[in-house]
Design a protein. Structure first.
Length: 66
């Protein structure tokens, strides 16, 4: 059976005057990624396909989880 897994980006960094698409993750977001990564690895295999927003915070969330 196929599964669809949706993941929203982790907590982003609002400091500085940065374009919305260029906002990264803050420390809380990076820590959340570590926790989620451990839990997902226990429950699922690495997905075959990823669709990721062009926003930096979304890319960083993906990189820190998978």
């Amino acid at each position: 059976m196929s599964k669809l897994i949706l993941i929203r980006h982790a907590k982003s960094d609002w400091s500085g005057n940065v374009d919305d698409l260029q906002r990264g993750l803050n420390n809380r977001g990076l820590n959340s990624c570590r926790v989620i990564s451990k839990e997902l690895k226990k429950r699922i295999d690495k997905p075959d396909l990823f669709l990721i927003s062009p926003a930096l915070r979304a890319k960083l969330t993906y990189e820190n989880i998978f």
